[in-house]
Design a protein around this ligand. Structure first.
Ligand SMILES: [Zn+2]
Length: 78
């Protein structure tokens, strides 16, 4: 499978590289991550992140939990 021919696992649409905003609700609070690198499906709008980005998102949630933050906004482009 070539790098350019990525398709959405949900609907088979074409994935377009860009950024997206993720909102993670972990119960005690919410983490909003803006400009996270992702590939977004041009048909259903589902966003897919690579493992490195997923790990970063996970890490941000762990930090917010540890600091008992109820609302945290992180801009990955900053
Ligand atoms: Zn799709």
């Amino acid at each position: 499978m070539s790098e350019l021919g990525k398709t959405c696992a949900l609907c088979g649409g074409t994935l377009v590289a860009g950024t997206t905003t993720f909102t993670v609700d972990f119960g005690a609070g919410v983490v909003v991550v803006r400009h996270a690198p992702a590939e977004t499906c041009d048909q259903c709008g589902e966003s897919w992140v690579d493992d490195a980005t997923a790990a970063k998102l996970e890490c941000l949630v762990v930090e917010a939990k540890a600091e008992s933050k109820q609302f945290e906004v992180v801009d990955m482009a900053a």
